[in-house]
Write a protein that binds this ligand. Structure first.
Ligand SMILES: Cc1cc2nc3c(=O)[nH]c(=O)nc-3n(C[C@H](O)[C@H](O)[C@H](O)COP(=O)(O)OP(=O)(O)OC[C@H]3O[C@@H](n4cnc5c(N)ncnc54)[C@H](O)[C@@H]3O)c2cc1C
Length: 452
């Protein structure tokens, strides 16, 4: 039998496709990297089928790329041309729910916003809401990239919420890692090993998450500054004083310009911070007062949004507004993270680079965690302009590493950041390879992602 016949034997004809339209959908993610058409896509119906699929791929030396919603930004979801895609978008059930323990067990294809819509009736939520993709990102994809979001400054990223995982390793073996205890000192932490592993170690088939209680009250506000460095300094000061923030997002003036162009918001084109506070009213008020006085000392003033304008709705459109700003131009992306006190220096550095190289840089992000996106727009058809864009990106990442930061704070390494990965991790990349070899001895789990 051929590979396709064997695959169909496992999942059924109706759950397999080699049709060009289906293959085109799974050939890419949301990065700007070129698509790669795989041999087939399968939509397994249960874990037993996944184990059998993996065993078949081991026998046939066929690489597997697991797919959630395909919203990743660094090419980690782009398959191999001699490989298959295991699409888990139909694994959307909530398996068990323990509201009294603030815990839930879900299938990996469940979408972030759908989970939170289910939880809100009990006053609970899974906090690390990805800024612009909560409506599409799957929980499996979030675990596999250790995604974070606007609320991570207060509540943490995905890693802080994963208690246990059921996985199918690269040999087709099913195992459970972790349990429902919220604190463990019991052996190696294999759950954390899986978080952020970008489908290179195993296919995650069940996820047990901790949850948080919805806040008693919340308040959103925005501040505007005359310059980017003052806004960034305000963030690092607010964090230094331990002010209890649920979210603090930075948008530089290039981002505001892009947003006005896309959505006609009519915002004054100045850098700004969007903040949200959670808690009982009196505590919100005192935290707001402290944040406000820091912003004002740095020349900031309260930004009154027009009727109907919501900070998080505006924030949601940031990536799209940059994407569509200059027709024919492509985003060169980064998602660096560093100690919070370095934020003003990084913002200043990005501005200097933009000025010196005459290139468009849009800086924004979940800056309360020292996480910054400095998206560069460049023309792939203009050799010089593209080379400049790539060079500037490289400089931003190298500067981050000098500051003891990381190449990726939330999007992962995928294909996009592979070249500088060794610079961050040095000899420990060899150890990572050995660990992969234990879980995936035939190198069929998303090979070529993170490192070669
Ligand atoms: C507009 C926009 C805004 C975004 N904003 C943010 C943000 O604020 N914060 C953030 O962190 N990210 C953000 N992202 C990136 C993206 O949404 C996240 O990385 C998300 O977690 C990916 O989920 P997914 O279901 O789309 O994963 P996919 O793209 O399908 O997969 C991502 C990786 O996980 C692997 N994978 C997926 N499911 C499994 C599984 N069950 N088992 C094993 N491996 C698996 C894949 O092989 C791949 O390596 C944004 C993306 C867009 C397009």
């Amino acid at each position: 039998m051929t590979l396709i016949e064997n695959l169909a034997d496992i999942v059924g004809d109706q759950n397999l496709s080699t049709h060009a339209d289906h293959l085109s959908v799974v050939s890419k993610d949301e990065s700007t990297l070129p698509p790669v058409t795989p041999l087939a896509v399968v939509w397994p119906e249960n874990t037993d089928q996944i184990c059998r699929l993996v065993k078949l791929c081991v026998q046939s030396s066929v690489p597997i790329t697991t797919r959630g919603a395909g919203s990743a930004l660094e090419g980690s979801t782009i398959p191999l041309e001699n490989g298959i895609v295991v699409d888990l978008s139909r694994f959307t059930n909530t398996i068990e729910y323990w509201p009294e323990d603030l815990q839930v067990q879900v299938e990996p294809g469940l979408i972030y916003d759908d989970l939170n819509n289910q939880l809100k009736r009990d006053g609970l939520f899974f906090p690390p809401s990805p800024g612009g993709s909560g409506d599409v990102a799957s929980i499996g994809g979030m675990v596999s990239t250790n995604a974070s979001g606007i609320y991570s400054v207060k509540y943490g990223g995905t890693k802080e919420y994963v208690l246990a995982l059921e996985v199918v390793t690269g040999t087709g073996e099913l195992m459970t890692l972790g349990n429902r205890a919220i604190k463990r000192s019991s052996g190696y932490n294999l759950v954390d090993l899986m978080v952020g592993s970008e489908g290179t170690l195993a296919i995650i088939t069940k996820i047990t998450l901790r949850l948080a209680g919805l806040p008693e009250d919340r308040l959103k506000t925005a501040f505007q500054f005359t310059d980017e460095v003052s806004a960034a300094t305000a963030v690092s000061e607010i964090c230094r004083y331990g002010i209890d923030l649920a979210a603090i997002e930075f948008l530089d003036r290039q981002v505001i310009e892009a947003l006005n162009l896309l959505k006609d918001y009519g915002l004054e084109e100045l850098p700004c911070l969007f903040l949200e506070f959670h808690g009982p009213k009196p505590s919100i008020e005192s935290n707001l007062e402290m944040a406000k006085s820091i912003c004002e000392e740095l020349g900031g003033r309260t930004l009154s949004l027009s009727e109907g304008q919501q900070p998080w709705e505006i924030r949601h459109y940031v990536t799209d507004s940059i994407k569509y700003r200059q027709p024919g131009y492509t985003i060169i992306r980064n998602d660096v993270a560093f100690p919070i006190s370095a934020l003003p220096e990084m913002v200043r550095y990005c501005q200097e680079l933009a000025e010196k190289h005459q290139i468009l840089i849009h800086a924004f992000g979940h800056v309360g965690m020292g996480l910054l996106h400095a998206l560069i727009l460049a023309d792939q058809n203009d050799k010089d302009n593209w080379a400049t864009g790539m060079k500037v990106n490289d400089l931003i990442i190298r500067k981050t590493l000098e500051l003891d930061g990381t190449i990726s704070g939330e999007h992962g390494i995928g294909l996009g950041h592979k070249s500088l990965f060794k610079l961050e991790h040095g000899r420990s990349v060899e150890l990572m390879r050995k660990i992969k070899g234990q879980l995936d001895p035939h190198n069929i789990m998303n090979p070529g992602k993170i490192f070669d």
